[in-house]
Every structure is written in structure tokens, then in C-alpha cells.
Write a protein that binds this ligand. Structure first.
Ligand code: S3P
Length: 167
């Protein structure tokens, strides 16, 4: 089976959905952020602070390159992973890209108290997050094979919907 690749903004539920989906479908689940943290032995926040965003993005591309060498996986990609065409091309080669979508207010409510999201440590986190969300929406839409509104749904419901979509 082709990989199922979950994309979307921070707080869209990629990791929670991906874990359950992997279990239900008997596919292995991989999360790009967790793999980067494991490899470097540091939290995302610390990586951004010590090494900078460009270093993080290179690491993210490296991980995506490695992950896409295999099939039969559910992959959860960090919210900015689709910003590099190179990443999108790798992911699309053997994957179905599913955009988990929700209105900004719903997403921001889920992420506002997160302590491991370096892009939200700016002086005006809500404004920064809104700008990122506005700029990225069309990118998520354009690279996705399928998109799914997740705003009023439980993780369980989203998992079942994806299961139907890919079967
Ligand atoms: C980022 C999203 C984060 C993480 C990093 C950058 C982004 O992942 O990769 O903080 O650019 O949107 P989640 O989408 O899993 O929060």
C-alpha cells in the first residue's frame, strides 16, 4: 500500500490521527518531528534555538527523503514540510497526501499553550500564526490529493473517514 501522508497546519491533529490510523490499518506510524528530535536528542524548540530554522528544515528534508524509501506507512509531517517542493515530490512519489483542515480559530485554540512550537514564540504569537496559516492554506490545498475538515470531529471519526477514503 502507498504511504498515507498527513499534512496540515500545527494543531490539525496529524500526530494523534496518524497514530490511531496506523494501528487500525496495521501500518507503521512515523512522525517527522519525533524522528528529528530522536536523531538530534533535542526538542524542536531547542533545535530552532541552537541551530536555527534552516538547519531544522534541512533535517526535515533528510528525514522525508529516508522515510519515502518505504511504503506501507502512515506519515505525519510537520506543518512546514510542504513548503519545499523537494519534500512534496518525495512524498507524492509513493504516498497519498491528506490535508487535515480546520479554521484558524480552532487550530490556534489547540496550539496556543504549546511549549514546543518555536514559531509561536514571537511577540505576537496569534498574529504570527495567522499570517503563516493564511500563507500556507493554498499550499496545503494544492499539494493534497484529498482534504478533510476536522474541526468538529473526534480523532476516531477522522480516522474512520480516512480509512474509507483510502480503501
Ligand atoms: C512547524 C510545525 C511543527 C514543527 C515545527 C515547525 C511549522 O510541527 O515541525 O515547529 O513550520 O508549521 P507540527 O505541525 O506537528 O506542530
Amino acid at each position: 500500500m502507498k504511504n498515507i501522508v498527513l499534512i496540515g497546519f500545527m494543531g490539525s491533529g496529524k500526530t494523534a490521527v496518524g497514530k490511531q490510523l496506523g494501528e487500525r490499518l496495521g501500518l507503521s506510524f512515523k512522525d517527522t518531528d519525533s524522528l528529528i528530535e530522536e536523531r538530534l536528542g533535542q526538542k524542536i524548540n531547542a533545535i530552532f534555538a541552537d541551530k536555527g530554522e534552516a538547519f531544522f528544515r534541512d533535517m526535515e528534508s533528510q528525514i522525508i527523503d529516508e522515510l519515502t524509501a518505504k511504503d506501507n506507512q502512515v506519515l505525519s509531517c510537520g506543518g512546514g514540510a510542504i513548503l519545499r517542493n523537494e519534500n512534496v515530490n518525495y512524498l507524492r512519489q509513493n504516498g497519498t497526501l491528506i490535508y487535515l483542515k480546520a479554521p484558524f480559530a480552532v487550530l490556534y485554540d489547540r496550539i496556543k499553550s504549546s511549549s514546543n512550537r518555536p514559531l509561536l514564540t514571537a511577540n505576537e504569537p496569534e498574529k504570527t500564526a495567522r499570517m503563516l496559516w493564511e500563507a500556507r492554506q493554498k499550499v496545503y490545498e494544492s499539494v493534497a490529493d484529498l482534504s478533510l475538515d476536522t474541526s468538529k470531529k473526534s480523532i476516531e471519526q477522522i480516522v474512520k473517514e480516512i480509512e474509507k477514503l483510502v480503501s
